[in-house]
Design a protein around this ligand. Structure first.
Ligand code: FES
Length: 82
């Protein structure tokens, strides 16, 4: 099970973390239902760097919904054998 954490702290929330969550949710449903889990997280200490997420504990900043498909391909699908 791949774990994706999206910061929903106030700064990331204002920068659109909800849209990032939705983008991940959609891809999980389409490509690997039940194989990745999405969690909200408190502030990750990168508030000035845009929406911050972690995939399997690895942190990424400045994430936009447009970045989600590439992150998914590169950092999630390989872990679940997709
Ligand atoms: S609010 Fe997201 S890193 Fe601080």
């Amino acid at each position: 099970m791949v774990e994706i954490e999206v910061c929903v702290g106030s700064s990331c929330f204002l920068r659109g973390s909800e849209e990032v969550v939705k983008a991940f949710q959609q891809l999980i449903e389409d490509k690997c239902p039940g194989k990745a889990v999405l969690k909200g997280s408190f502030c990750m200490g990168q508030c000035t760097a845009g929406v911050t997420i972690k995939i399997q504990g690895r942190q990424f900043s400045c994430v936009t919904p447009e970045d989600v498909p590439a992150l998914f391909e590169e950092h999630i699908l390989p872990y679940i054998g997709g």
